[in-house]
Write a protein that binds this ligand. Structure first.
Ligand code: CP
Length: 317
C-alpha cells in the first residue's frame, strides 16, 4: 500500500479499496478519544494551517477540533479577504502556499476554484487536504459518510445507495468515485439541470460503477439501504461568497425526504445521511426518526479528520 505519510488528500479518484479500509481502521482506533471528549498528544509537535477561501462551519472546525483532540496546534484564516490572497493583491495560490508551508505541517484548503488545492499541493512541501474545491470534490466529507455507513451497518459491500440533490456538487463527485471501490449500486435523483454530466457518467461507467438515474425519490427509496441527500437549492460554489437574495423556492417533492415518505416507503433499517447545511430537503421532523444519522455523521467528521491528520503526518501507518 502507498504510505499515507506526507501524502496529499485531494480526490477520492486516487483512492484504492484497501486505502479506504486502512483509513477506516485508523478512524475506529482514534474514535474513543473523541467519544470520551479527551485530548491526547499524538500530534503535539504539529500544526495545522487552515486556508479557507469559502465559508465553512463543519469542514474547517472539524479539522481544527481533530487537531486539538490529537494535541496539535492550529493557525490559518477563514476569510481570504482579510489576507493578501483576497484583497488588492490577489496573491496567487503558489505565493500564498509558499508562505503557509513555513507556518505549519499540513494545510487544509477550501477554495471556490476547482483544482486550487491541487495547485497548492504542486508547490507545498507539506501535505495538502482538499476541504472542497469549487464544483470539484470534497473527499474528507465522503470519507466521513462511508465511515458512518460502515459504523452503522457493519459493512459497505452489498448496500444500495440513493443519492438525491444537485449532482454538480463536489460531495456527489467524491461519492461516486468512492463507491467505485465497493459493491454499492447507486441511484441518482436530481433536477434535470443539475444532473450528472455525460462526461462524468462516461467516466463512472469506465470505473464500473453500477448506477442509474430516476426522476423522483419515490421511484427509488424502497430499495435503498443508504439515502444520502444534499440540497437542490444551492449557492454557486465557484464564488468566494454567495449570499442569499430574496425568497428561496421550496425544494420540489421529487428531491425531498419527508417523515411520511420514510414511514410509508423506506426500508425499516435504511439510514439517512446529509453532510449539512440543509435547506428544506429534509424537514426538521425527520431528525427524531430512526432513519436519521446526520448527527452521527457530524461526530464522525471529527473522527475522520483525526485519522487523516494522523496518517498524513506520519504518526499512524
Ligand atoms: N458539509 C460541509 O462541507 O459543511 P461546511 O460547508 O459547513 O464545511
Amino acid at each position: 500500500m502507498r504510505s499515507f505519510s506526507g501524502r496529499d488528500i485531494l480526490s477520492l479518484k486516487d483512492f484504492e479499496r484497501h486505502e479506504f479500509m486502512r483509513v477506516f481502521e485508523i478512524a475506529q482506533q482514534l474514535e474513543p478519544i473523541a467519544r470520551n471528549r479527551r485530548n491526547t498528544d499524538i500530534l503535539k509537535e504539529k500544526t495545522l494551517v487552515t486556508a479557507f477561501y469559502q465559508p465553512s462551519t463543519r469542514t474547517r472546525l472539524a479539522h481544527e477540533a481533530a487537531m486539538i483532540r490529537l494535541g496539535g496546534q492550529v493557525t490559518g484564516f477563514s476569510d481570504a479577504k482579510m489576507t493578501r490572497a483576497g484583497d488588492f493583491y490577489q496573491e496567487s495560490i503558489k505565493d500564498t502556499v509558499k508562505m503557509l508551508e513555513y507556518y505549519g505541517d499540513v494545510i487544509v484548503m477550501r477554495h471556490f476554484q476547482q483544482g486550487a488545492p491541487h495547485e497548492a499541493a504542486k508547490w507545498a512541501s507539506i501535505p495538502v487536504i482538499n476541504g472542497g474545491d469549487g464544483w470539484g470534490e470534497h473527499p474528507t466529507q465522503v470519507l466521513t459518510d462511508l465511515y458512518t455507513v460502515l459504523r452503522e451497518k457493519g459493512r459497505l459491500d452489498g448496500l444500495k445507495w440513493l443519492a438525491v440533490g444537485d449532482m454538480r456538487m463536489r460531495t456527489m463527485h467524491s461519492l461516486a468515485y468512492g463507491l467505485t471501490q465497493f459493491d454499492c449500486p447507486i441511484t441518482f435523483v436530481s433536477p434535470p439541470d443539475m444532473s450528472l454530466t455525460d462526461d462524468f457518467k462516461k467516466e463512472l461507467s469506465e470505473y464500473s460503477l453500477d448506477f442509474k438515474e430516476v426522476e423522483h425519490v419515490e421511484q427509488a427509496i424502497a430499495d435503498a439501504d443508504i439515502i444520502l441527500v444534499e440540497p437542490v437549492v444551492q449557492p454557486d460554489y465557484s464564488k468566494s461568497v454567495d449570499e442569499r437574495e430574496g425568497e428561496l423556492a421550496l425544494t420540489p417533492a421529487n428531491y425531498t425526504i419527508t417523515r411520511e415518505l420514510l414511514e410509508t416507503k423506506a426500508k425499516s433499517d435504511a439510514i439517512l445521511l446529509h453532510s449539512l447545511p440543509r435547506m428544506d430537503e429534509i424537514p426538521v421532523d425527520v431528525d427524531a426518526t430512526r432513519w436519521s444519522r446526520y448527527w452521527e455523521e457530524a461526530f464522525n467528521g471529527v473522527v475522520m479528520r483525526m485519522a487523516l491528520l494522523a496518517l498524513v503526518l506520519g504518526k499512524m501507518e
